[in-house]
Design a protein around this ligand. Structure first.
Ligand SMILES: Cc1ncc(COP(=O)(O)O)c(C=O)c1O
Length: 367
């Protein structure tokens, strides 16, 4: 246990009460609470449809399947991301083409992305990493020029926006994570948003064992092979209660991030990642770049402060480096910099000024 943790899930008495109500109802599987959670996410993002699933990872897989992506196709992903972004491409049988990220934003490098397009490319999975929105002006140009689908890995980006449009309504299909590192959490879980009704219907069927549109058990037709990626009422109740606070939670994250940025700007040995111009960050993770990151991380942890690396460089891992269904393009210098230097600092609901000051003082002392 750390004196100052990296994150703290938002668990209120009202949330516990809502979960108790679901338990008392006896209706524990996916049902009306899940539908309400989906509607809240769709409404918040301004997307026509939302489907709750078991994780962002299964949601990304569902999205690729809905788009008909499979063997013989290529999907471009960034190197600096959580492994799930690329794994799902292989899970549906397609080839993951892994490209570098911009060293300042840590987001997929648009030039590297465009250079990697071939006649087999069907889709791109850009990642709005840590809540920093993607540059959709540039991505839309590439989408149109090459006729590609954009499936956003928005695991970290609920609440961010680009040019006034919320993440969740920008890509063909967007997928959020509700893992406890995310501020709207269902323990494990994800949501998929899209404006395309046909894809939404297909995904709904696939995650319900392939069931057709008829809803009653007796009348059900199984129109395809499907699976079970449903989210239970119980987990949806947790996320739904938090969605009632979403704007306040976001405002608090932005305030805390502003304090960090103001106090760290120009500090010796520290540089700050760039925010996408015309974008609003949701600060799922607050990262700084520091030299000797591993030593700094160890010293801060020893001082009672839970800090963490940003995320992973996929090309350094056997699962991707030694894989006939992966193609690694470029020298990955942006990704390597992020992997070596990014340090995630604590940021959570209810973080006090004293706690944030302690993080700042310790970081400066350790450096
Ligand atoms: C960028 C990114 N994509 C995908 C995932 C996987 O999310 P989940 O745990 O909901 O499957 C994560 C998890 O942290 C992530 O950071």
């Amino acid at each position: 246990m750390y004196e100052i943790p990296l994150i703290k899930p938002v668990i209120t008495d009202a949330l516990k009460e809502r979960v108790t109500q679901v338990l008392d109802s006896g209706y524990l599987t996916e049902g009306p609470v899940t539908r309400e959670f989906e509607q809240r996410i769709a409404g918040f993002c301004g997307a026509a449809r939302c489907l709750a699933v078991t994780s962002c990872t299964t949601g990304l897989e569902l999205a690729l399947r809905a788009l008909g992506i499979g063997p013989g196709h290529e999907v471009i992903v960034p190197d600096y991301t959580y492994p799930a972004t690329a794994s799902v491409v292989n899970i549906v049988g397609a080839t993951a083409v892994i490209v570098d990220v911009d060293p300042d934003t840590m987001l997929m490098d648009s030039d590297a992305l465009e250079a990697a397009v071939t006649e087999r490319t069907r889709a791109v999975i850009p990642v709005s990493l840590f809540g920093n929105p993607l540059d959709w002006k540039r991505l839309n140009e590439i989408r149109q020029r090459h006729g590609l689908y954009m499936v956003e890995d928005a695991a970290c980006a609920l609440g961010s926006s680009f040019d006034g449009i919320m993440t969740g309504a920008l890509a063909d299909i967007s997928v959020f994570s509700h893992h406890p590192r995310k501020f709207i959490t269902t323990g494990e879980g994800g949501t998929v948003t899209t404006n395309n009704t046909e894809w939404a219907e297909w995904m709904h069927s696939y995650k319900h064992f392939g069931m057709g549109a008829a809803t009653s058990r007796a009348g059900s037709q199984f129109s395809r092979i499907g699976t079970n990626y449903k989210m239970s009422n119980l987990l949806a109740a947790v996320g739904l209660e938090q969605m009632g606070m979403v704007n306040d939670l976001l405002a608090e994250r932005r305030r805390l991030a502003d304090v960090y940025r103001e106090k760290l700007d120009g500090a010796d040995g520290i540089s700050l990642p760039a925010i996408t111009p015309d974008g609003e960050h949701s600060w799922q993770t607050f990262c700084v770049f520091v030299p000797e990151r591993d030593r700094v991380m160890a010293d801060m942890r020893a001082a009672g402060i839970e800090v963490q690396i940003g995320t992973f460089s996929l090309h350094m891992h056997e699962a991707f480096a030694d894989n006939p269904l992966c193609r690694i393009e470029g020298d990955m210098s942006g990704s390597i910099r992020a992997y070596n230097e990014a340090l995630a600092l604590p940021l959570y609901h209810g973080m006090t000024e004293a706690e944030q000051d302690k993080v700042l003082e310790t970081l400066k002392k350790v450096l």
